[in-house]
Design a protein around this ligand. Sequence first.
Ligand code: XIL
Length: 411
Amino acid sequence: MKKRLLYYVGMSAMSLALMGCKGENATDPEKEPSLTVTQGAQKEGEEVSPTPMVLVEEDTTGTPPAIKDVYQELFSIGVAVGTHDVLQEYKLDVILQQFNSMTCGNEMKADSLLDRRATLESGTEESPVINFSRADIILSFAQEHGIAMRGHTLVWHSQVPRWFFTVKYSDDASAPFVTKEVMLSRMDSYIRQVMEYTNETYPGVIYAWDVVNEAIETGDGHERGLRTKDSLWYQVIGEEYIEKAFEYARAYAAEGQTLFYNDYNEFVLKKRFAIINLVKDLKEKGLIDGIGMQSHLQMSDPSLIDYEETLKKYGELGLEIQVTELDVDALDNSEETQAKLAKRYKQLFYTYKRLKESGEANITNITIWGLSDDGSWLNDETASYPVLFTQLLEAKPAFYGAIMDESIPLY
Ligand code: XIL
């Protein structure tokens, strides 16, 4: 097998440890770096001896392969990042070397952008106040380095505070909701402010928007498969909220910006059926440009056949397809499991490439949901090692699978 290249060349493991590399969910970027390292299954706060792990100081095989270059002719390759990623030099070097697209893991979601205190001070019942300070860190990094970004996400039932839906923005748990009309105005204002601000401040940076995220939940019993039970958007506005969100986004989008419907378990038959019906409708009205397949996958589920079939079915709609949040939940870091993961990644990229080349699916972007295993959202209560780089930014076998290196078997 080919010699593994380790990133970041030139920085010792000791200094990485001193920087206190931690998981996305656990990191406060403002905090002083500490000697504590969260490593894979390691518990937060547990001491790790900063034993130097061997980082290759010199690349003996020439320039390290960049996944963005491998797929340059086919689609852009993205990564989900947080503020802590772009504020740490050894991480941002890898981002710049490997990827040509980024998505904010959390910083552009409603719970990051909506500012309740400022809204109470200077907002109106129809229009909240938005605070871009966290998103600015990532957007300005993208602008400075010429990396395109996916905007994620405007309207989602999750990570949006309840007070956004209540009369006078009350955060009282029993506060009544506003009327449908007021909520539509708030949604309009929110989408307008987010799109206008980002387009004016960072022109050309955001190329695609996840306008509506995860609106299908077939288990809720709605005749069109809409999520009803835990969606305040649905409960306050009714099923019209989806089309309205796309209408507003279309009105405020910059020229060339594409609008996506994004969802997970998009390969499950019932759900796929409901998604297709929803987006067909939006397409007829000229409101949508693409489908975001989140692609949070397991090691052997879905089968490659089912997944490929899904790509083709969405492809038949004549919409763009972006794989927006790819990861594969690999539950341990053993050589055997990671070799299987590498094969899974190779099969996936092989499929993306083949369907793009044959014209069966107009895949325009593949985004990996996390830079390194330690920062992955799956590496939570239970450990997971689902992405392409280790905590020390070592390219994993999965990375070589993703670039379809010959050292990784396809079958
Ligand atoms: C995840 C983030 O990665 C986590 O940090 C956060 O705690 C929860 O959300 N579908 C989506 C993403 O559309 O926004 C989610 O991201 C993962 C599932």
